[in-house]
Write a protein that binds this ligand. Structure first.
Ligand code: NAD
Length: 464
Protein backbone atom coordinates (compact mmCIF):
# COMPACT_ATOMS: atom_id res chain seq x y z
CA UNK A 1 0.00 0.00 0.00
CA UNK A 2 1.27 3.49 -0.83
CA UNK A 3 1.64 5.93 2.04
CA UNK A 4 1.27 9.31 0.38
CA UNK A 5 3.21 12.29 1.74
CA UNK A 6 3.27 16.02 1.04
CA UNK A 7 6.23 17.74 -0.58
CA UNK A 8 6.53 21.03 1.32
CA UNK A 9 9.52 23.40 1.22
CA UNK A 10 11.62 20.77 -0.55
CA UNK A 11 11.02 18.02 2.04
CA UNK A 12 8.72 15.00 2.02
CA UNK A 13 6.52 15.20 5.10
CA UNK A 14 4.01 12.72 6.43
CA UNK A 15 0.65 14.38 6.91
CA UNK A 16 -2.18 13.89 9.35
CA UNK A 17 -5.85 13.11 9.04
CA UNK A 18 -5.42 10.27 6.57
CA UNK A 19 -8.04 8.45 4.53
CA UNK A 20 -7.75 5.35 2.35
CA UNK A 21 -8.24 4.98 -1.40
CA UNK A 22 -9.94 1.74 -2.44
CA UNK A 23 -9.21 -0.17 -5.67
CA UNK A 24 -12.43 0.04 -7.72
CA UNK A 25 -11.66 -3.35 -9.32
CA UNK A 26 -12.05 -5.34 -6.11
CA UNK A 27 -12.41 -3.07 -3.09
CA UNK A 28 -8.90 -3.62 -1.71
CA UNK A 29 -7.00 -0.67 -0.18
CA UNK A 30 -4.42 1.00 -2.45
CA UNK A 31 -3.11 4.09 -0.72
CA UNK A 32 -3.51 6.25 2.34
CA UNK A 33 -3.73 9.97 1.79
CA UNK A 34 -3.20 12.75 4.32
CA UNK A 35 -5.05 16.06 4.15
CA UNK A 36 -2.86 19.17 4.02
CA UNK A 37 -4.01 21.80 6.49
CA UNK A 38 -4.27 25.53 5.72
CA UNK A 39 -1.00 25.95 7.66
CA UNK A 40 0.76 23.37 5.44
CA UNK A 41 -0.71 25.06 2.37
CA UNK A 42 0.71 28.40 3.53
CA UNK A 43 4.14 26.83 4.16
CA UNK A 44 4.24 25.30 0.67
CA UNK A 45 3.14 28.54 -0.99
CA UNK A 46 5.68 30.61 0.98
CA UNK A 47 8.50 28.22 0.02
CA UNK A 48 7.41 28.33 -3.62
CA UNK A 49 7.37 32.14 -3.43
CA UNK A 50 10.91 32.10 -2.07
CA UNK A 51 12.23 29.74 -4.76
CA UNK A 52 10.51 31.33 -7.75
CA UNK A 53 12.71 34.39 -8.45
CA UNK A 54 15.86 32.28 -8.95
CA UNK A 55 13.94 29.87 -11.16
CA UNK A 56 12.61 32.79 -13.20
CA UNK A 57 16.17 34.07 -13.54
CA UNK A 58 17.34 30.68 -14.86
CA UNK A 59 17.92 30.77 -18.61
CA UNK A 60 14.90 29.44 -20.57
CA UNK A 61 17.14 26.80 -22.17
CA UNK A 62 18.17 25.49 -18.78
CA UNK A 63 14.55 25.38 -17.61
CA UNK A 64 13.69 23.46 -20.77
CA UNK A 65 16.54 21.01 -20.14
CA UNK A 66 15.16 20.34 -16.66
CA UNK A 67 11.73 19.64 -18.12
CA UNK A 68 13.21 17.40 -20.79
CA UNK A 69 15.05 15.25 -18.28
CA UNK A 70 11.93 15.16 -16.09
CA UNK A 71 9.95 13.90 -19.10
CA UNK A 72 12.42 11.06 -19.62
CA UNK A 73 12.15 10.13 -15.96
CA UNK A 74 8.35 9.98 -16.22
CA UNK A 75 8.70 7.79 -19.30
CA UNK A 76 10.94 5.39 -17.36
CA UNK A 77 8.41 5.30 -14.51
CA UNK A 78 5.50 4.43 -16.81
CA UNK A 79 5.03 0.92 -15.40
CA UNK A 80 4.75 1.97 -11.76
CA UNK A 81 2.62 5.01 -12.60
CA UNK A 82 0.25 2.99 -14.80
CA UNK A 83 -0.21 0.27 -12.15
CA UNK A 84 -0.94 2.87 -9.49
CA UNK A 85 -3.29 4.86 -11.69
CA UNK A 86 -5.18 1.73 -12.64
CA UNK A 87 -5.46 0.61 -9.02
CA UNK A 88 -6.64 4.03 -7.85
CA UNK A 89 -9.14 4.96 -10.57
CA UNK A 90 -9.86 1.83 -12.60
CA UNK A 91 -8.44 2.69 -16.02
CA UNK A 92 -7.02 -0.51 -17.60
CA UNK A 93 -3.23 -0.51 -17.28
CA UNK A 94 -2.52 -0.33 -21.02
CA UNK A 95 -4.80 2.72 -21.30
CA UNK A 96 -3.10 4.28 -18.29
CA UNK A 97 0.28 3.73 -19.98
CA UNK A 98 -1.02 5.42 -23.14
CA UNK A 99 -2.20 8.44 -21.18
CA UNK A 100 1.18 8.65 -19.42
CA UNK A 101 2.86 8.58 -22.85
CA UNK A 102 0.62 11.52 -23.80
CA UNK A 103 1.77 13.34 -20.66
CA UNK A 104 5.43 12.69 -21.50
CA UNK A 105 4.79 14.04 -25.00
CA UNK A 106 3.24 17.18 -23.52
CA UNK A 107 6.24 17.75 -21.23
CA UNK A 108 8.54 17.42 -24.22
CA UNK A 109 6.43 19.80 -26.30
CA UNK A 110 6.61 22.44 -23.59
CA UNK A 111 10.37 21.86 -23.26
CA UNK A 112 10.68 22.74 -26.96
CA UNK A 113 8.14 25.58 -26.96
CA UNK A 114 9.25 27.24 -23.70
CA UNK A 115 12.46 28.86 -24.95
CA UNK A 116 10.70 29.96 -28.14
CA UNK A 117 7.94 31.70 -26.23
CA UNK A 118 8.61 35.42 -26.34
CA UNK A 119 7.08 38.82 -26.74
CA UNK A 120 7.41 41.30 -29.58
CA UNK A 121 8.80 44.70 -30.42
CA UNK A 122 6.63 47.72 -31.15
CA UNK A 123 7.10 50.42 -33.74
CA UNK A 124 7.34 53.66 -31.72
CA UNK A 125 9.62 56.68 -31.93
CA UNK A 126 12.79 55.85 -33.79
CA UNK A 127 14.91 56.99 -30.85
CA UNK A 128 13.03 54.75 -28.41
CA UNK A 129 12.77 51.04 -27.85
CA UNK A 130 9.33 49.59 -27.17
CA UNK A 131 9.03 45.98 -26.12
CA UNK A 132 6.34 43.61 -25.02
CA UNK A 133 7.93 41.06 -22.70
CA UNK A 134 6.58 37.83 -21.24
CA UNK A 135 7.24 37.26 -17.57
CA UNK A 136 6.32 34.35 -15.33
CA UNK A 137 3.30 35.09 -13.16
CA UNK A 138 4.90 33.79 -9.96
CA UNK A 139 3.35 30.91 -8.00
CA UNK A 140 0.86 28.69 -9.78
CA UNK A 141 -1.55 26.46 -7.87
CA UNK A 142 -2.43 23.46 -10.05
CA UNK A 143 -5.52 21.59 -8.84
CA UNK A 144 -6.12 18.45 -10.88
CA UNK A 145 -8.74 15.70 -11.27
CA UNK A 146 -8.55 11.89 -11.15
CA UNK A 147 -9.88 10.91 -14.58
CA UNK A 148 -6.59 11.42 -16.47
CA UNK A 149 -4.30 12.40 -13.62
CA UNK A 150 -0.84 12.23 -15.20
CA UNK A 151 -1.52 13.75 -18.61
CA UNK A 152 -3.48 16.66 -17.16
CA UNK A 153 -0.88 17.38 -14.49
CA UNK A 154 1.95 17.19 -17.06
CA UNK A 155 0.23 19.86 -19.17
CA UNK A 156 -0.29 22.38 -16.38
CA UNK A 157 3.01 21.69 -14.62
CA UNK A 158 5.05 21.63 -17.84
CA UNK A 159 3.71 24.95 -19.11
CA UNK A 160 4.00 26.66 -15.72
CA UNK A 161 7.51 25.43 -14.91
CA UNK A 162 9.10 26.04 -18.30
CA UNK A 163 7.95 29.65 -18.23
CA UNK A 164 9.64 30.27 -14.87
CA UNK A 165 6.82 29.84 -12.37
CA UNK A 166 6.94 27.80 -9.17
CA UNK A 167 4.11 25.28 -8.84
CA UNK A 168 2.15 23.93 -5.91
CA UNK A 169 0.26 20.89 -7.18
CA UNK A 170 -2.74 19.35 -5.49
CA UNK A 171 -3.66 16.09 -7.17
CA UNK A 172 -7.09 14.58 -6.69
CA UNK A 173 -7.82 12.78 -3.43
CA UNK A 174 -9.02 9.88 -5.60
CA UNK A 175 -5.58 9.46 -7.25
CA UNK A 176 -3.21 10.70 -4.56
CA UNK A 177 -0.53 8.01 -4.95
CA UNK A 178 -0.45 8.62 -8.71
CA UNK A 179 0.18 12.31 -8.04
CA UNK A 180 2.70 11.49 -5.33
CA UNK A 181 4.66 9.09 -7.58
CA UNK A 182 4.60 11.63 -10.40
CA UNK A 183 5.97 14.30 -8.07
CA UNK A 184 8.70 11.96 -6.82
CA UNK A 185 9.78 11.45 -10.43
CA UNK A 186 9.59 15.12 -11.47
CA UNK A 187 10.86 16.91 -8.40
CA UNK A 188 14.59 15.95 -8.47
CA UNK A 189 14.92 17.72 -11.83
CA UNK A 190 14.05 21.14 -10.38
CA UNK A 191 15.53 23.28 -7.60
CA UNK A 192 13.95 22.76 -4.15
CA UNK A 193 10.45 24.25 -3.74
CA UNK A 194 10.04 25.04 -7.43
CA UNK A 195 7.63 22.10 -7.43
CA UNK A 196 5.63 21.23 -4.30
CA UNK A 197 2.78 18.80 -3.76
CA UNK A 198 -0.05 18.84 -1.28
CA UNK A 199 -2.32 15.85 -0.80
CA UNK A 200 -5.88 16.27 0.35
CA UNK A 201 -9.45 16.70 -0.79
CA UNK A 202 -11.75 19.69 -1.38
CA UNK A 203 -10.85 21.58 1.81
CA UNK A 204 -7.13 21.45 0.94
CA UNK A 205 -7.91 22.61 -2.60
CA UNK A 206 -10.07 25.42 -1.20
CA UNK A 207 -7.27 26.51 1.15
CA UNK A 208 -4.85 26.54 -1.78
CA UNK A 209 -7.28 28.51 -3.96
CA UNK A 210 -7.61 31.09 -1.19
CA UNK A 211 -3.86 31.33 -0.55
CA UNK A 212 -1.40 33.94 -1.78
CA UNK A 213 -0.79 32.41 -5.22
CA UNK A 214 -0.77 34.27 -8.53
CA UNK A 215 -2.64 31.72 -10.66
CA UNK A 216 -5.11 29.00 -9.79
CA UNK A 217 -5.32 26.50 -12.62
CA UNK A 218 -8.13 24.02 -12.05
CA UNK A 219 -9.16 21.06 -14.13
CA UNK A 220 -12.24 19.46 -12.63
CA UNK A 221 -15.95 19.86 -12.09
CA UNK A 222 -17.95 22.98 -12.83
CA UNK A 223 -19.09 23.39 -9.22
CA UNK A 224 -15.49 23.36 -7.98
CA UNK A 225 -14.40 25.71 -10.75
CA UNK A 226 -17.03 28.22 -9.66
CA UNK A 227 -15.95 27.98 -6.02
CA UNK A 228 -12.35 28.58 -7.08
CA UNK A 229 -13.34 31.56 -9.25
CA UNK A 230 -15.15 33.07 -6.24
CA UNK A 231 -12.07 32.58 -4.04
CA UNK A 232 -9.78 34.08 -6.68
CA UNK A 233 -12.08 37.07 -7.02
CA UNK A 234 -11.26 37.81 -3.38
CA UNK A 235 -7.49 37.29 -3.66
CA UNK A 236 -6.95 38.76 -7.12
CA UNK A 237 -5.33 35.59 -8.52
CA UNK A 238 -5.82 34.76 -12.16
CA UNK A 239 -7.98 31.67 -12.74
CA UNK A 240 -7.74 29.14 -15.48
CA UNK A 241 -10.66 26.71 -15.54
CA UNK A 242 -11.07 23.56 -17.59
CA UNK A 243 -14.31 22.17 -16.24
CA UNK A 244 -17.17 19.79 -16.92
CA UNK A 245 -18.99 19.17 -20.13
CA UNK A 246 -22.24 17.67 -21.36
CA UNK A 247 -21.17 17.10 -24.93
CA UNK A 248 -23.84 16.37 -27.53
CA UNK A 249 -23.49 14.00 -30.47
CA UNK A 250 -25.78 14.83 -33.39
CA UNK A 251 -26.50 11.97 -35.80
CA UNK A 252 -27.88 13.16 -39.13
CA UNK A 253 -30.41 11.16 -41.15
CA UNK A 254 -28.02 10.36 -44.00
CA UNK A 255 -25.27 8.47 -42.17
CA UNK A 256 -24.54 4.75 -41.90
CA UNK A 257 -26.21 3.83 -38.58
CA UNK A 258 -23.69 1.08 -37.79
CA UNK A 259 -20.75 3.47 -38.16
CA UNK A 260 -22.61 6.14 -36.16
CA UNK A 261 -23.19 3.59 -33.39
CA UNK A 262 -19.46 2.77 -33.28
CA UNK A 263 -18.67 6.45 -32.91
CA UNK A 264 -21.35 6.88 -30.23
CA UNK A 265 -20.10 3.86 -28.27
CA UNK A 266 -16.52 5.07 -28.35
CA UNK A 267 -17.58 8.57 -27.29
CA UNK A 268 -19.87 7.41 -24.49
CA UNK A 269 -18.06 4.35 -23.11
CA UNK A 270 -14.28 4.99 -23.46
CA UNK A 271 -12.63 5.36 -20.03
CA UNK A 272 -16.02 4.18 -18.70
CA UNK A 273 -17.46 7.52 -19.82
CA UNK A 274 -15.11 9.43 -17.51
CA UNK A 275 -13.60 11.83 -20.04
CA UNK A 276 -14.34 15.55 -20.02
CA UNK A 277 -15.28 15.31 -23.71
CA UNK A 278 -17.26 12.06 -23.43
CA UNK A 279 -20.47 11.93 -25.45
CA UNK A 280 -23.11 12.70 -22.83
CA UNK A 281 -26.29 13.01 -24.95
CA UNK A 282 -27.12 11.80 -28.44
CA UNK A 283 -29.62 13.47 -30.77
CA UNK A 284 -30.39 11.02 -33.56
CA UNK A 285 -32.48 11.74 -36.66
CA UNK A 286 -35.63 9.60 -36.68
CA UNK A 287 -34.81 8.24 -40.16
CA UNK A 288 -31.89 6.23 -38.75
CA UNK A 289 -32.90 6.00 -35.08
CA UNK A 290 -34.10 2.39 -35.04
CA UNK A 291 -31.06 0.95 -36.85
CA UNK A 292 -28.73 3.18 -34.86
CA UNK A 293 -30.14 1.98 -31.54
CA UNK A 294 -29.97 -1.67 -32.57
CA UNK A 295 -26.32 -1.25 -33.56
CA UNK A 296 -25.54 0.70 -30.38
CA UNK A 297 -26.91 -2.12 -28.22
CA UNK A 298 -24.51 -4.53 -29.98
CA UNK A 299 -21.62 -2.11 -29.46
CA UNK A 300 -22.48 -1.80 -25.77
CA UNK A 301 -22.46 -5.59 -25.33
CA UNK A 302 -18.99 -5.83 -26.93
CA UNK A 303 -17.37 -2.77 -25.32
CA UNK A 304 -14.75 -3.57 -22.66
CA UNK A 305 -14.38 -1.05 -19.85
CA UNK A 306 -12.81 -0.87 -16.41
CA UNK A 307 -14.78 -0.02 -13.28
CA UNK A 308 -15.87 3.49 -12.38
CA UNK A 309 -13.57 5.42 -10.06
CA UNK A 310 -15.43 4.47 -6.88
CA UNK A 311 -18.76 3.40 -5.45
CA UNK A 312 -19.72 6.98 -4.56
CA UNK A 313 -19.38 8.01 -8.20
CA UNK A 314 -21.25 4.90 -9.39
CA UNK A 315 -24.15 5.79 -7.08
CA UNK A 316 -24.40 9.16 -8.85
CA UNK A 317 -24.24 7.61 -12.33
CA UNK A 318 -26.83 4.97 -11.52
CA UNK A 319 -29.04 7.62 -9.91
CA UNK A 320 -29.18 9.47 -13.23
CA UNK A 321 -30.11 6.25 -15.07
CA UNK A 322 -32.89 5.50 -12.56
CA UNK A 323 -34.16 9.08 -12.84
CA UNK A 324 -34.33 8.72 -16.64
CA UNK A 325 -36.20 5.41 -16.39
CA UNK A 326 -38.64 6.95 -13.91
CA UNK A 327 -39.32 9.72 -16.43
CA UNK A 328 -40.01 7.35 -19.32
CA UNK A 329 -36.67 6.46 -20.89
CA UNK A 330 -36.37 2.93 -22.32
CA UNK A 331 -33.49 0.75 -21.06
CA UNK A 332 -31.95 -1.11 -24.01
CA UNK A 333 -28.65 -2.26 -22.45
CA UNK A 334 -26.92 -2.24 -19.05
CA UNK A 335 -28.40 -0.05 -16.34
CA UNK A 336 -28.04 -2.64 -13.56
CA UNK A 337 -25.46 -2.46 -10.76
CA UNK A 338 -23.55 -5.76 -10.94
CA UNK A 339 -23.41 -8.00 -7.89
CA UNK A 340 -19.60 -8.09 -7.46
CA UNK A 341 -16.98 -6.24 -5.42
CA UNK A 342 -15.61 -2.94 -6.72
CA UNK A 343 -17.33 -0.12 -8.61
CA UNK A 344 -18.26 -1.77 -11.92
CA UNK A 345 -21.06 -0.45 -14.08
CA UNK A 346 -22.00 -1.79 -17.52
CA UNK A 347 -22.16 0.16 -20.79
CA UNK A 348 -25.73 1.41 -20.76
CA UNK A 349 -28.05 2.50 -23.57
CA UNK A 350 -31.16 4.58 -22.88
CA UNK A 351 -33.63 5.46 -25.66
CA UNK A 352 -36.56 7.92 -25.75
CA UNK A 353 -34.73 10.35 -23.48
CA UNK A 354 -35.88 13.94 -23.08
CA UNK A 355 -33.98 17.13 -22.37
CA UNK A 356 -35.46 17.39 -18.86
CA UNK A 357 -33.85 14.16 -17.68
CA UNK A 358 -30.76 14.65 -15.52
CA UNK A 359 -28.85 12.19 -17.70
CA UNK A 360 -29.34 14.58 -20.63
CA UNK A 361 -29.15 17.99 -19.01
CA UNK A 362 -26.12 17.47 -16.74
CA UNK A 363 -22.79 15.67 -16.85
CA UNK A 364 -23.13 11.95 -16.05
CA UNK A 365 -19.42 11.01 -16.32
CA UNK A 366 -20.29 7.34 -16.69
CA UNK A 367 -20.73 4.75 -19.48
CA UNK A 368 -24.24 5.85 -20.40
CA UNK A 369 -25.46 6.60 -23.94
CA UNK A 370 -28.60 8.73 -23.53
CA UNK A 371 -30.40 8.84 -26.87
CA UNK A 372 -32.99 11.46 -27.87
CA UNK A 373 -34.83 10.71 -31.13
CA UNK A 374 -35.60 13.90 -33.13
CA UNK A 375 -37.58 14.61 -36.31
CA UNK A 376 -34.98 16.77 -38.08
CA UNK A 377 -31.33 17.78 -38.18
CA UNK A 378 -32.25 21.38 -37.36
CA UNK A 379 -34.09 20.34 -34.23
CA UNK A 380 -31.18 18.13 -33.18
CA UNK A 381 -28.85 21.07 -33.58
CA UNK A 382 -31.12 23.47 -31.71
CA UNK A 383 -31.42 21.13 -28.74
CA UNK A 384 -27.75 20.19 -28.81
CA UNK A 385 -26.81 23.88 -28.65
CA UNK A 386 -29.00 24.50 -25.58
CA UNK A 387 -26.81 23.68 -22.60
CA UNK A 388 -25.27 25.30 -19.54
CA UNK A 389 -21.97 23.77 -20.71
CA UNK A 390 -19.87 24.49 -23.79
CA UNK A 391 -16.90 22.14 -23.93
CA UNK A 392 -17.19 20.20 -27.20
CA UNK A 393 -19.74 18.72 -29.63
CA UNK A 394 -19.69 16.18 -32.44
CA UNK A 395 -21.81 15.99 -35.58
CA UNK A 396 -22.05 12.93 -37.84
CA UNK A 397 -23.34 13.92 -41.26
CA UNK A 398 -22.74 13.32 -44.95
CA UNK A 399 -23.84 16.85 -45.80
CA UNK A 400 -21.16 19.52 -46.09
CA UNK A 401 -23.72 22.28 -45.67
CA UNK A 402 -25.09 20.67 -42.49
CA UNK A 403 -21.53 20.27 -41.22
CA UNK A 404 -20.75 23.91 -41.90
CA UNK A 405 -24.04 25.13 -40.40
CA UNK A 406 -23.49 22.99 -37.29
CA UNK A 407 -19.95 24.28 -36.76
CA UNK A 408 -21.39 27.80 -36.70
CA UNK A 409 -24.42 27.08 -34.52
CA UNK A 410 -22.83 25.00 -31.76
CA UNK A 411 -21.45 27.26 -29.04
CA UNK A 412 -18.68 25.02 -27.77
CA UNK A 413 -14.93 25.20 -27.53
CA UNK A 414 -14.48 22.35 -29.98
CA UNK A 415 -16.75 21.13 -32.79
CA UNK A 416 -15.85 17.77 -34.36
CA UNK A 417 -17.38 16.60 -37.60
CA UNK A 418 -17.52 12.84 -38.27
CA UNK A 419 -15.06 11.80 -35.52
CA UNK A 420 -15.86 11.81 -31.80
CA UNK A 421 -12.23 12.02 -30.70
CA UNK A 422 -10.46 13.54 -33.72
CA UNK A 423 -8.13 16.54 -33.63
CA UNK A 424 -4.66 17.69 -34.56
CA UNK A 425 -1.99 18.00 -31.85
CA UNK A 426 -1.66 21.38 -30.18
CA UNK A 427 -5.31 22.37 -30.57
CA UNK A 428 -6.47 24.61 -27.73
CA UNK A 429 -9.96 26.05 -27.44
CA UNK A 430 -11.78 28.37 -25.09
CA UNK A 431 -14.41 26.40 -23.21
CA UNK A 432 -17.71 28.26 -22.88
CA UNK A 433 -20.09 28.90 -19.98
CA UNK A 434 -19.93 26.26 -17.24
CA UNK A 435 -17.09 24.43 -18.99
CA UNK A 436 -14.52 26.98 -17.93
CA UNK A 437 -12.37 29.80 -19.18
CA UNK A 438 -8.93 30.33 -20.66
CA UNK A 439 -6.62 28.03 -22.62
CA UNK A 440 -5.84 24.92 -20.62
CA UNK A 441 -3.80 23.24 -23.34
CA UNK A 442 -1.54 23.81 -26.32
CA UNK A 443 1.01 26.55 -26.98
CA UNK A 444 -1.52 29.12 -25.75
CA UNK A 445 -1.19 27.73 -22.22
CA UNK A 446 2.26 29.36 -22.17
CA UNK A 447 0.52 32.71 -22.68
CA UNK A 448 -1.79 31.99 -19.74
CA UNK A 449 1.15 31.16 -17.48
CA UNK A 450 2.92 34.43 -18.26
CA UNK A 451 2.08 38.09 -17.88
CA UNK A 452 2.85 40.62 -20.58
CA UNK A 453 4.86 43.67 -19.65
CA UNK A 454 5.36 46.66 -21.96
CA UNK A 455 8.72 48.42 -21.69
CA UNK A 456 9.25 51.85 -23.26
CA UNK A 457 12.89 52.92 -23.29
CA UNK A 458 14.13 56.40 -24.23
CA UNK A 459 17.56 57.94 -23.86
CA UNK A 460 17.80 60.83 -21.38
CA UNK A 461 18.20 64.37 -22.83
CA UNK A 462 21.71 64.53 -24.30
CA UNK A 463 21.89 60.79 -24.91
CA UNK A 464 23.15 57.84 -22.87
P1 NAD B 1 -13.40 18.02 -8.88
O1 NAD B 1 -13.55 19.44 -9.25
O2 NAD B 1 -14.29 17.44 -7.85
O3 NAD B 1 -11.92 17.77 -8.34
C1 NAD B 1 -10.81 18.24 -9.07
C2 NAD B 1 -9.82 18.81 -8.08
O4 NAD B 1 -10.41 19.91 -7.39
C3 NAD B 1 -9.41 17.79 -7.03
O5 NAD B 1 -8.03 17.91 -6.79
C4 NAD B 1 -10.24 18.22 -5.83
O6 NAD B 1 -9.72 17.84 -4.58
C5 NAD B 1 -10.25 19.71 -5.99
N1 NAD B 1 -11.35 20.38 -5.26
C6 NAD B 1 -12.55 19.87 -4.90
N2 NAD B 1 -13.28 20.82 -4.28
C7 NAD B 1 -12.51 21.95 -4.24
C8 NAD B 1 -12.72 23.28 -3.76
N3 NAD B 1 -13.86 23.64 -3.16
N4 NAD B 1 -11.75 24.18 -3.93
C9 NAD B 1 -10.59 23.84 -4.56
N5 NAD B 1 -10.34 22.61 -5.03
C10 NAD B 1 -11.29 21.67 -4.87
O7 NAD B 1 -13.44 17.19 -10.24
P2 NAD B 1 -13.19 15.63 -10.41
O8 NAD B 1 -14.38 14.88 -9.95
O9 NAD B 1 -11.87 15.27 -9.83
O10 NAD B 1 -13.02 15.50 -11.98
C11 NAD B 1 -14.08 15.25 -12.85
C12 NAD B 1 -14.51 16.54 -13.53
O11 NAD B 1 -13.40 17.12 -14.20
C13 NAD B 1 -15.55 16.32 -14.59
O12 NAD B 1 -16.53 17.33 -14.47
C14 NAD B 1 -14.78 16.48 -15.88
O13 NAD B 1 -15.56 16.89 -16.99
C15 NAD B 1 -13.78 17.52 -15.52
N6 NAD B 1 -12.63 17.49 -16.40
C16 NAD B 1 -12.50 18.52 -17.29
C17 NAD B 1 -11.45 18.52 -18.18
C18 NAD B 1 -11.29 19.62 -19.20
O14 NAD B 1 -10.24 19.74 -19.82
N7 NAD B 1 -12.30 20.46 -19.39
C19 NAD B 1 -10.51 17.48 -18.16
C20 NAD B 1 -10.68 16.45 -17.23
C21 NAD B 1 -11.75 16.48 -16.34
Amino acid sequence: MHIVEHLIAGAWTAGRDTSTVIDPHDGTPVSTVPAATPHEVALAVAAARGAQPDWAATAPDARADALRSAATAVEHATGALARTMSAEMGKPEHEAAASIAAGVGTLRQYAELGPLHGGRTLGGDLGALDLMLREPRGVVAAITPWNDPVAIACGLLGAALVTGNAVVHKPSERTPATGWLLTKVLEPHFPPSVLSMLAGAGPTGAALAESAVDVVAHVGSTATGRAIAAAAARTGAKVLLENGGCDPLVVDGDVDPAWAAQQAAMGAFANAGQICVSVERIYVHQDVAEDFLAALVKEAAAFEIGPLVDVRHRTGVHGQVVDALDRGARLLAGGVVPDRPGAWYPPTVLASCTDEMRVVESETFGPVAAVVEVPSFDEALRRAARSPYGLAATVLTGSMSNAHWASQQLEAGTVKINAVFGGAPGGAAHPRRGSGQGFGYGPELLDEMTATKVVHLEAPPGGW
